[in-house]
Design a protein around this ligand. Structure first.
Ligand code: COA
Length: 689
């Protein structure tokens, strides 16, 4: 039974029982309707209290059903029946009441939540709109401004905020007991929200919400549609507006954007330790972080937040001082954003040690090296770690590019070494690449996955190669951009094309932010092993030679006068034109479509190689890497999901056309050829298959 109901005195008690989070699929909808019919037939009931079993009230419509045809009874009809029931319903919620769960609350006459409950209408984050009355009942309850903000952003509210706003009537430790104690006459006098007049008009609130989603959710269809629906509540009669809401919801469910957002939602939840990993993770109570720079400090803070004691090791007293200041700065920023209370801060400060002596980390269960990217430095660090830490401790490197196998070879027990590649800022970015070397033990890997869980990060397993999954794709993206630059485009044109595609910023602005020197060092390191037949574009090297390192030097691809916003720099156009002249390139025009197509193809082709080589386990893993680590638009579902939307046949045809221009750079990946031959998408491709 996914919905249970029973009588207790004059009350009907209805419970959703669809673990783990009471998603409201067909069986739940049927069960709720049965409960309504039962309550209608039961003599002498003065209330029905609906609650959820397990850890949630209800997580909303079952998103797994969204690919198929809607099957009745539909949720809006079920909720209408609840609202029309002669016995008043009371929602007694705990955990989360999201989407259809929140709409169920709105169909009740009275709403009670336990402290800590989160209530929200997050449909836009799945590319749809509330489809069961949310856009019409909520503004009638809390007014237009509050409703449009909540629905357009999809952000859930805390119990206290929902109470303050008037969304819920009470916050109580035991919502069901509270519901049973309510005065029956008061309850009977309550009106159904659908019977209330629409809210006062508030054009400013609507305009503000539209402007905000145009900026923050650029390119996405659902948020503006949701705003339009909320705006209807002012003057359109409830039933008509509800019909429009339903039509919009049904039409959006199967759009590319909604499919892409669902794909990422489920891929994120599926990102766990692989089934073949049979070892238990090392229990981590304390950890060493080697290096207290920006990355090390971010990692240390992330560990501390998860309740792990941390010793940051630095080379000298000055370094230690800087490390402490770096962690303090992050704490300061978190506190300023209201994310770190006094108590927690005090606990974190007490759990942090900064030292120059590895012996201070002698009881650690895990070490994460985040030192300077030099093989010599890494080797020295790991030798010191191996000497100082207990044998059970897992040793991890946060290297972005260096060869894990070479580091492992210097250890007495190479099986202890795993790559844990964090992304800056490490306490915020959700991606964690877990890198498996040839000798990495299952226990070390399992520890990485368990740590990701504790840090609430999205773990993705990667094999060893230059740049692992993410940076290897990034290098190709930059190479393709630089080639376009050499052959005729400007940095601003390229950036604009990728912003139009959905990135928050283009590749050149992004490089200015991270600094051009990092990629420069990598290119130097790769020089010896680079395919001599591969075209090399020296423009970025020249930029570095001229001291244009990006925002930190006030000038990179753009200029940043007074440390402020970016300004296009004609000197860069001159520099590019000179380099093209030296290389005897006849520059030509590229359209935005050309730019987008080439940059995406370059990344897709490299990612397909990464799949074919077994560096990534699945296309979905690459989607997670690109979305959570590299700013690929989530609403496009990640790089490989987007590739499948374009179609492997079309991609292969495009690559073949470009191969005539440059047969080395545009040689089609074996995985793409195999998919085209077998008529499957990249999502179905598995390494070695
Ligand atoms: N439809 C279908 N399945 C859902 C679901 C939904 N609306 N919400 C959660 N699930 C599934 C998850 O896929 C996961 O399945 P798995 O165990 O097979 O991996 C399981 O329920 C637990 O979810 P998870 O996210 O791992 O648990 P959590 O406790 O961290 O978070 C929620 C719970 C409800 C906060 C979170 O799952 C969520 O935000 N869900 C979506 C809510 C939503 O957008 N509703 C509107 C739908 S239009």
């Amino acid at each position: 039974m996914t919905v249970t109901f029973r009588r207790e005195g004059n009350a009907g008690l209805v419970e959703l029982a669809n673990p783990p989070v009471n998603a409201m699929g067909l069986a739940v909808r049927q069960g709720l309707l049965e409960a309504v019919r039962w309550a209608e037939a039961e003599p002498g009931l003065d209330r029905v209290v609906v609650s959820g079993q397990g850890r949630a009230f209800a997580a909303g419509g079952d998103a797994r059903e969204f690919d198929g045809e809607p099957v009745p009874p539909h949720l809006p009809d079920v909720l209408d029946a609840i609202e029309a029931c002669p016995v008043p319903w009371i929602a007694a919620a705990h955990g989360v009441a999201l989407g259809g769960g929140a709409e169920l609350m709105l169909a009740c006459r009275y709403r009670i939540v336990a402290p800590g409950t989160r209530i929200g209408l997050p449909e836009v984050t799945l590319g749809v709109v509330p489809g069961a009355g949310g856009t019409q009942r909520l503004p009638r309850l809390v007014g237009l401004a509050a409703a449009v903000d909540m629905i357009a952003t999809g952000k859930p509210l805390s119990a206290d905020d929902a109470y303050e706003m008037g969304l819920v009537d009470a916050v109580a430790d035991d919502p069901v007991a509270h519901a049973l104690a309510l005065d029956a006459a008061e309850l009977a006098a309550r009106s159904a929200l659908s019977s209330l007049d629409g809210p006062e008009p508030d054009e400013m609130a609507i305009d503000k919400a539209s402007a905000s989603v145009a900026r923050r959710m650029r390119g996405q269809v659902a948020p503006q549609k949701a705003i339009d629906l909320v705006a209807l509540s002012v003057s359109t009669p409830f039933a008509g507006a509800l019909r429009q809401e339903r039509e919009t919801f049904v039409a959006l469910r199967t759009t590319d954007q909604a499919r892409a957002l669902r794909h990422i939602f489920f891929a994120e939840r599926a990102a766990k330790a692989p089934d073949w990993l049979d070892a238990e993770p090392q229990k981590v109570e304390s950890a060493v972080v080697v290096g207290g720079g920006t990355m090390g400090a971010g990692i240390a803070y992330a560990l501390l937040l998860a309740g792990i004691a941390v010793t940051v090791i630095e080379t000298d007293a000055d370094g230690a001082e800087r490390a402490r200041a770096n962690v303090a700065r992050i704490m300061e920023a978190s506190a300023a954003r209201g994310l770190l209370g006094e108590d927690k801060r005090a606990r974190i400060e007490a759990a942090l040690t900064v030292s120059t002596d590895y012996a201070d980390g002698a009881s650690a269960d895990l070490a994460i090296e985040a030192a300077f990217e030099s093989m010599e430095v890494k080797k020295a660090v790991f030798s010191a770690l191996e000497e100082a830490l207990p044998v059970h401790a897992v040793l991890a490197t946060n290297t972005s590019y260096l060869d894990l196998h070479e580091i492992a070879a210097t250890l007495n027990s190479p099986s202890r070494l795993v790559g844990l590649h964090f992304f800056a800022p490490a306490h915020i970015m959700k991606l964690l690449e877990i890198v498996q070397g040839a000798a990495t033990s299952h226990a070390a890997l399992a520890t990485g996955f368990d740590l990701a869980r504790r840090l609430r990060k999205v773990p993705v397993l990667s094999g060893v190669c230059d740049g692992f999954i993410g940076n290897r794709i990034l290098a190709r993206y930059r190479e393709a951009a630089d080639t376009l630059l050499m052959d005729g485009a400007t940095p601003w044109q390229i950036d604009e094309a990728m912003v139009a595609f959905g990135y928050a910023m283009g590749p050149y602005e992004a490089q200015d932010l991270s600094g051009l020197d990092i990629a420069y060092a990598n290119r130097k390191r790769q020089a010896e092993t680079r395919d001599p037949n591969r075209r090399y574009i020296p423009i970025a090297d020249r930029m570095v030679h001229e001291g244009r390192l990006g925002k930190k030097t006030g000038v990179g691809w753009y200029r940043y006068p007074g440390g402020g916003g970016k300004v296009e720099d004609p000197l860069v156009e001159d520099l590019v034109a000179e380099e093209a002249h030296f290389a005897k390139v006849a520059r030509r025009d590229f359209t935005s479509e050309d730019i987008e197509r080439r940059l995406l193809l370059a990344m897709i082709n490299e990612a397909a190689d990464i799949l074919a080589e077994g560096i990534a386990q699945s296309a979905a893993d690459i989607d997670l890497v690109t979305v959570f680590g590299y700013g690929f638009p989530r609403w496009r579902g990640g790089l490989m999901h987007h590739a499948d939307a374009l179609g492997v046949d079309a991609i292969l045809a495009d690559l073949r056309a470009l191969e005539t221009e440059d047969p080395v750079v545009w040689r089609a990946s074996a995985a793409i050829v195999a998919c085209a031959e077998r008529g499957i998408g990249l999502a179905e491709y598995r390494p070695g298959s």
